[in-house]
Design a protein around this ligand. Structure first.
Ligand SMILES: [Zn+2]
Length: 391
């Protein structure tokens, strides 16, 4: 059992007459009240020491005088996952101007606006970025000794989102970008989430290769914000799936090789090619894009020939698709340092994104942006991920 959890309702999950279960419940209560008492004592003691030997200088906020006398204690209640804990902060009075104030609030981290301990907020945020706020609030109430409202969870996530700054370390990295729609904002079709992540291979873990990803950008709304961000951080290598034009956002722009092949299928359909015949064309393109160790100009001329043959066979839309993408199809052949040439490592992130965003209700653009920012900050900027080796 983790600190802050309380046992599940005994009448549902465990049988009567089991001494250990009941003993545990009783001892938890005892240790929680001992915790609250010890906590308050130590916080008081620390302040007495500070006050006694003036290791922290005390100056009146009004007149700047340093001649102060003790003026009792002020009670402050903090909500924690082990219940409400009452702490006491030292009050002093300035002999110069008679003002009463609490000199150690800041140093203790007990500013007047504080209602919760961080450990409790962190738990609420961890839940709120994954499941609905109301459900998070309920789980917090059931599994901890503290309570927070659904609106409280939302506010804490918004606050956290504002404090997050994206990674700036992108020199030499490969940036993968993608966008997806979420049910947010006023437009019927929803709003666009734009995501940019750096990706490179990490160490092997339990026989699986890992990918280290860092969040570079996330916004809900215009793709212009993402493009602006790429230019600002001077992105060198960008991989995208072709939904947007990123040609002026980075030194080298590569179209996702997987998507190029996948998208061809759609254009072949538009050109009237029967379903069973499409795979052969896709295979040809796959060969051109994926065959290892061919010389760059060789690959380029093979691609040109392929496009020409599509055109000659009357497959105008397919030829147009590849002609438009041609400049960005084989960039990785000429430019070293692309860690990935597909956006596949982003797919798992997109799934995660959709599973949190798709809750039946309509979000505000800012609301979902805050949740996703915190979610991806915790997922990517603070951890390394393990994958099943594809991508
Ligand atoms: Zn004063």
């Amino acid at each position: 059992m983790l600190p802050g959890e309380v046992n599940l309702p005994r009448k549902i999950f465990s049988s009567d007459g089991q001494v250990v279960n009941r003993l545990f419940t009783v001892l938890c209560k005892a240790s929680d009240s001992a915790l609250a008492q010890g906590f308050a004592e130590i916080v008081k003691d620390v302040q007495e020491r500070w006050f006694g030997n003036r290791s922290l200088p005390i100056r009146c906020p009004d007149c700047g005088g340093s001649h102060v006398i003790g003026k009792g204690w002020r009670s402050r209640v903090l909500r924690t996952s082990r219940g409400r804990i009452e702490l006491f902060v030292r009050q002093v009075r300035c002999k110069g101007c008679q003002r009463t104030f609490r000199p150690f609030n800041q140093a203790l981290g007990l500013t007047t606006s504080r209602r919760f301990l961080d450990e409790f907020i962190d738990k609420a945020i961890m839940l709120g970025i994954r499941v609905p706020f109301a459900y998070s609030a309920r789980v917090m109430k059931e599994l901890t000794c503290g309570t927070i409202s659904a609106e409280g969870v939302r506010q804490q996530i918004a606050k956290k989102a504002h404090s997050i700054s994206f990674s700036e370390q992108i020199a030499g990295e490969t940036v993968l970008v993608d966008s997806t729609k979420v049910k947010a904002g006023k437009k019927q079709r929803g709003a666009t989430v734009n995501l940019a992540v750096t990706a490179k291979r990490g160490p092997q873990r339990n026989g699986r290769s890992s990918i280290v990803k860092k969040l570079i950008h996330l916004n809900v709304g215009s793709t212009a914000a993402l493009k602006h961000r790429l230019r600002t951080v001077k992105a060198q290598r960008v991989v995208h799936d072709g939904g947007e034009d990123y040609s002026d956002c980075a030194c080298y722009v590569q179209r996702c090789r997987w998507h190029l092949v996948h998208q061809l299928k759609h254009y072949l359909w538009q050109d009237g090619i029967a379903w069973k015949n499409r795979a052969a064309y896709q295979d040809q393109l796959r060969q051109i894009l994926w065959r290892p160790k061919q010389r760059p100009h060789q690959a380029e001329s093979t691609l040109n020939n392929f496009i020409e043959s599509l055109e000659n066979s009357g497959l105008k839309t397919s030829a147009w698709h590849l002609r438009a993408a041609k400049k960005e199809a084989l960039v990785f052949h000429n430019v070293e340092g692309f860690t990935f040439t597909t956006t596949t490592p982003l797919e798992r992130e997109m799934r995660e994104l959709n599973s949190r965003a798709d809750v039946g209700a309509r979000w505000s653009e800012k609301g979902i942006e805050n949740v996703l920012k915190v979610l991806f900050h915790l997922r990517l900027n603070q951890t390394t991920q393990t994958t099943k080796g594809h991508a």
